[in-house]
Design a binder for this molecule. Sequence first.
Ligand code: SAM
Length: 347
Amino acid sequence: MVEEPQNAQFVRTDVPAPNRGPLVDTFGRVGTDLRVSVTDRCNFRCTYCMPAEGLPWLPRGEILSFEEIVRLVGIFRRLGVDEIKLTGGEPTIRREFVTLVAMLHEAHPGLAMSMTTNGFLLDRLAEPLARAGLDRVTVSCDSLLRHRFAELSRRDAIDRVFAGIRAAEAAGLDPIKLNCVVIAGTNDDEVVDFARYARETGYVVRFIEYMPLDAEQHWERAKVVPSAEILARIDAAFPLVAEGDGSEPATSFRFADGEPGGVGVIASVTEPFCDTCNRLRLTADGDLRACLFAMYETDLRTPMRSGATDEELERLIRANVWVKWEGHKINHPDFVRPDRSMSMIGG
Ligand code: SAM
């Protein structure tokens, strides 16, 4: 039996990581989807993510340069990663972000590249980003109501965000997806309104369960709205049809009456999908994490800056992924929150 990595210790397994073939872990999962955080900073202060005053930001010298990001993505690509999602913090506030997208596209043509953003700067960036090679965007939006949006994000920015979403659509960054974190007693009365909005616009709205990754540690289980409950409420108003082959609990749905758009759920707390997780995360300062809740990271920046070859970096990456734990422990009594909160990891 494989021992799980615990509390920041890197526990090696008896069997070393393979040195060829796909980026596999000891449970047979293959890492193919890399989230690349390009900054830990954000221009919003969503209450469930970051304190009003912000966080101690990473020193600039610790942030990966564009060249370093392009190089690491190339190594992951050779190891079988076929999709990257640029994130943060807020990716669009990284200086010259469009140039990074262009560099990635040029160096790695054919690699699917999307971004998750709060949408605030999309009205001016959507078009240049599409031209630079970005394929699509996911925009975070937790309320359709001005006052609540402002309360949740601590920014009165709903008009800018909706202008950004329209600009993304006009630029062809589709299918447009919206991410909505649902918090009991805060915005859960809007799930049917969001579904109606999806039908009217043709967008896909995905409801994310609130996770214990908020910097202020206000998360509590009572604030989690189970995805099954969200889907039941929407289905009662607008009957849903599950997409997929039925082999796993469905996470994507279309509307039974044929209206456009759809809804989805990310049930990380109540129905964890760890057994099929193909995601890996690269933090803005160059650490590799195989799980949002991982208790260990592998520093790729320091060896890279000390002259490590691609083969040496590849070995570090393989070793990290190999010992990816079976699953996060949110539902276990011995759950320990990771040191970094969502914006510092890259959601
Ligand atoms: N700033 C970008 C954005 O707004 O999409 C990218 C980074 S943000 C950290 C990525 C996603 O994580 C957003 O959809 C956000 O709502 C979500 N998120 C942040 N804290 C969360 C939490 N405690 N539980 C669940 N989702 C969270």
